[in-house]
Design a protein around this ligand. Structure first.
Ligand code: SF4
Ligand code: SF4
Length: 169
């Protein structure tokens, strides 16, 4: 008898109070995909390849990102322009293999590859997860300023500042 009375006069009012308290609180859920929370600063999402401010590609196809990749997710083939500037003719990342560790970003001496905040790249076809250079390279002209604070903004060596004797080689 005492247990029943305790439930009616103590447990049930406490339960009702808890429900009412929650009913007037601001919801913590968001209406994804119509509402999106900004990702944490250290979040590592889909890769992108950066450019210099003159639009030229930063990547010189040195292979350090591929060498540092523990998942063997990066493939590239180098080529040279008519001026002898090296670039990646083919640059691919298999995002299915990638574990988003960020080692490629750390290893890159040219500040060319970064992991961005993009996470909406789910697909039903495996082939769609092979991202080519055309997919990864930032659009030019830029649609918005780069989020990266570059340590080095200019190319180390260009055809214009190359010594004459090296141009002859
Ligand atoms: S984030 Fe890690 S696993 Fe993914 S491509 Fe870069 S080095 Fe490889
Ligand atoms: S992204 Fe960077 S590390 Fe990778 S090949 Fe290009 S320059 Fe080298």
């Amino acid at each position: 008898m005492f247990r029943v009375l305790k439930q009616i006069f103590v447990a049930i009012p406490i339960g009702m109070f808890t429900v009412l308290k929650q009913a007037f609180r601001k919801p913590v859920t968001i209406q994804y995909p119509f509402e999106k929370e900004p990702m944490m600063p250290r979040y590592r999402g889909l890769h992108f390849l950066e450019r210099y401010e003159d639009g030229s590609e930063r990547c010189v196809c040195c292979g350090l990102c591929a060498a540092s990749c523990p998942a063997d997710a990066i493939y590239m083939e180098p080529a040279e322009t008519e001026k002898g500037e090296r670039y990646a003719k083919i640059y691919e990342i298999n995002e299915l293999r990638c574990i988003f560790c960020g080692f490629c970003e750390e290893a890159c001496p040219e500040e060319a590859i970064f992991l961005g905040k993009e996470y909406e790249f789910a697909d039903s076809e495996r082939d769609e997860f092979i991202y080519t250079k055309e997919d990864l390279l930032v659009k030019w002209p830029r649609e918005k300023p780069s989020p990266i604070k570059f340590i080095r903004k200019d190319r180390r060596v260009t055809w214009e500042n190359l010594p004459e004797e090296q141009k002859q080689q």
